[in-house]
Design a protein around this ligand. Structure first.
Ligand code: LMR
Length: 399
């Protein structure tokens, strides 16, 4: 059967991370995959998560199958985190949330739902977007097209062009929006821009499919949910794919959620059966441990507060790192103003360097970033920052 099988190219993010692990360069720096690292290069478990996990393990009495929705506490609390208590109450049975294996699982189920329900089975993603959006959404049955987003000259969102682009797409199509901390650029919309965007989507009957994977990493838990809440409050139909990987640091546990909002209770209940069916055709029901842990954490006010404090510390650290990087690069040369780095939000940003320069950083100095120039800001520490600044200045010919 497999005599003619060919290998596929490695995943551009995960594959690069593996190459990094094998690199023997003494000063190597990993800025590839989006994982938080502290100043020692470690990815510690949040203490609130550890406590919730211990309590879950000590009290768990059965390993019987879970309901397809997932942990009851998880699906009770995640909507409030995303949307706030009042909106959740207001939406009532128009909203249903299902636990998924990671944010990718949520994207897959959401895409399946769209492909089963929409005539065009088309989704528009920002240019650029997370590289895995393409294969993931396509393999879930959707045609993927792009709308304008980032402008390399402006080093930010070209909002006028984005709106122009979205005003051209066929009514009724789905549009993938990054809830916050745009991956890969770190360039987010302002609140007034979100307002305008949602107004346009409402007028043109476009379905927002929101991917929110970095809540709490940008401006704060509440602020980062602005676009998601606005869409959920204003529009009749919204799909939200959320991830707990980063905000709770539970990457390997694979915890996410798909939240569906439709015009009425009946449609939401029907949509949920399609989500269950799509899950049943692949993994049946979500794994319990990670979601069960997060559900417990969010159900306990003290643990929740502890988690929020830990998350806030990480957020502030990333802001400081950006500022140190931009200050350091500006001090090392006077040809390019790197202050623009401070305008990006969350874990990622574009350095604005060429592919050749990216490859040179990798081959000569063991500094790994994605070929599009994306860095994981959390991969930079006080220890490796001076090396990073020095090597970058050399490679881009500024010193
Ligand atoms: C990333 O973009 O680095 C993260 O979302 C991790 C992943 O799965 O690609």
């Amino acid at each position: 059967m497999f005599e003619n099988i060919n290998s596929l190219p490695a995943d551009p993010i995960l594959g690069l991370n593996s190459v990094f692990n094998q690199d023997r360069h003494p000063d190597k720096i990993n800025l590839t995959v989006g994982v938080y690292q502290d100043s020692n290069g470690a990815t510690p478990i949040f203490s609130a998560v550890k406590k919730a996990e211990r309590s879950l393990l000590s009290e768990q009495e059965s390993k019987a199958y879970l309901h397809q929705s997932g942990s009851a506490k998880f699906v009770k609390h995640i909507p409030s985190l995303l949307l706030g208590d009042d909106l959740v109450q207001q939406l009532d049975a128009r909203l249903e949330t299902v636990m998924t294996p990671g944010g990718s699982g949520a994207l897959h189920l959401g895409a399946k739902l769209v492909s089963m329900s929409s005539r065009s089975a088309r989704i528009w993603v920002s240019d650029p977007t997370w590289g895995n959006h393409y294969p993931l959404l396509q393999s879930s049955g959707l045609h993927v097209e792009t709308y304008s987003y980032y402008d390399a000259e402006l080093k930010g969102v070209n909002f006028a062009r984005m709106m122009e682009s979205l005003s051209q797409i066929p009514e009724g199509d789905a549009v993938l929006l990054h809830g916050c901390c745009h991956n890969p650029t770190g360039a987010d919309l302002t609140k007034p821009q979100c307002d305008e965007l949602i107004e346009l989507m409402s007028k043109r009957n476009l379905l927002p499919f929101i991917d929110i994977a970095y809540q709490g990493f940008g401006k704060g838990l509440e602020e980062d949910a602005y676009l998601t809440r606005l869409a959920a409050r204003t529009l009749p139909e919204v799909i939200i794919a959320s991830s707990c990987s980063k905000s709770f640091g539970v990457y390997r546990e694979r915890v996410g959620a798909i939240s569906i909002i439709t015009e009425n209770e009946k449609q939401t209940a029907a949509a949920q059966t399609h989500v269950f069916s799509a899950a049943r055709c692949s993994y049946s029901m979500p794994p319990y441990h990670g979601g069960g842990t997060i559900g417990r954490l969010l159900d306990d006010e003290n643990l929740k507060l502890e988690w929020q404090t830990e998350l806030e510390k990480i957020r502030c650290e990333m802001i400081e790192t950006r500022s140190e990087l931009s200050k350091g690069l500006n001090a090392a040369q006077n040809k390019v103003d790197f202050s623009f780095l401070n305008n990006s939000s969350g874990m990622f940003c574009y350095l604005g360097i060429s592919r050749e320069q990216v490859l040179k950083l990798r081959s000569e100095y063991g500094i790994y970033l994605l070929e599009n120039g994306r860095i994981n800001v959390a991969g930079i520490s006080k220890k490796n920052l001076p090396v990073m600044i020095d090597r970058m200045s050399r490679v881009i010919g500024l010193t």
